[in-house]
Write a protein that binds this ligand. Sequence first.
Ligand code: H2U
Ligand code: ZN
Length: 347
Amino acid sequence: MEKKGQYPHRRWNPLRQSWVMVSPHRTQRPWQGEVGQKTLPSAVTFDPECYLCPGNKRAGGVANPKYDSIFTFVNDFAALLPEAPSHPDLTSSGLLRAEAVRGLCKVLCFHPDHSLTLARMTQEEIRPVIDAWAAEYTELGSLDWIKYVQIFENRGAMMGASNPHPHGQIWSTGFVPDEAAIETQAQREHLAKTGHCLLCEYLKTEQAAGERIIFENDHFAAVVPWWAVWPFEVMLLSKRHVGSMPQLDTDERDSLADALRRLCTRFDNLFETSFPYTMGFHQSPTDGESHEEWHFHAHFYPPLLRSATVRKFMVGFEMLGMPQRDITAESAAERLRACSETHFWPR
Ligand code: H2U
Ligand code: ZN
């Protein structure tokens, strides 16, 4: 049942100032595309070959401590380095422009148990991960040359995760990356024009509409955004206007842990698979400005479309024109609302 009619339309994303095309009438079309493998949660709690398990040696030869909660280390194959020596190749000429970049990349193991995921961790187990994320944001962001801290998780081989061990990454950069820069601009313009925070207003709009909210707890709401591009794309929005994770108080951090567990469990239950995604937090740049416009949130971008094995591809018109989706955000939210918050594969 499609609330927004069966007709093609496009929807505006005010947060990144772009459109998404919606074609709800296409959901009945036949499918003879890719069929992949279902992934069940692993039963292996310790893998002697895993470079993230406690006590094991990493690829660089350094051994992990026998950690019993979380564990952070500097990425042995970091995409960015703290030193950027000036190099003659980096002089720009005309259209061929380049700049040296600096950064610090870290890896954060969420749990010593190799078989777990956020979906199958308890709220109490997720809580120290949130404190670690907040501490990394503070520590990295306080370096005067770090302008932005991007915390994220690639989950599942389909999304390019190199290892099933529960872990995420933190890339902190000497510049504000494009997505964060677009969101900064959009939030700043909205505040200047209306005197209100864009995402505070958006959350109120969604709470009034109801049809795209999956669930709420005391301090967070999980929403399939009006402008979702990926079939089951979700945003987690803090109810209070805070710009970054360290500003969350104890209750809000408990609430965030609860929201992460519940959302990831619903995702896994949707197709009874270990649901792949890229997720990450967007928060204030750490460039020394005050950023009243910034509203802390998380984006979940999962690729699956029809089953544990059939994913959406961003190809063709989407690469050359603009993003497009078939099922509406409202029907995706309805399906996620119908999923249980008890995991289909209990520990
Ligand atoms: P992904 O699964 O999201 O790719 O994250 C794993 C990261 O871990 C990846 O960036 C790093 C890779 O560089 N890594 C190490 O730092 N040390 C290792 O021994 C292997 C992997
Ligand atoms: Zn492991």
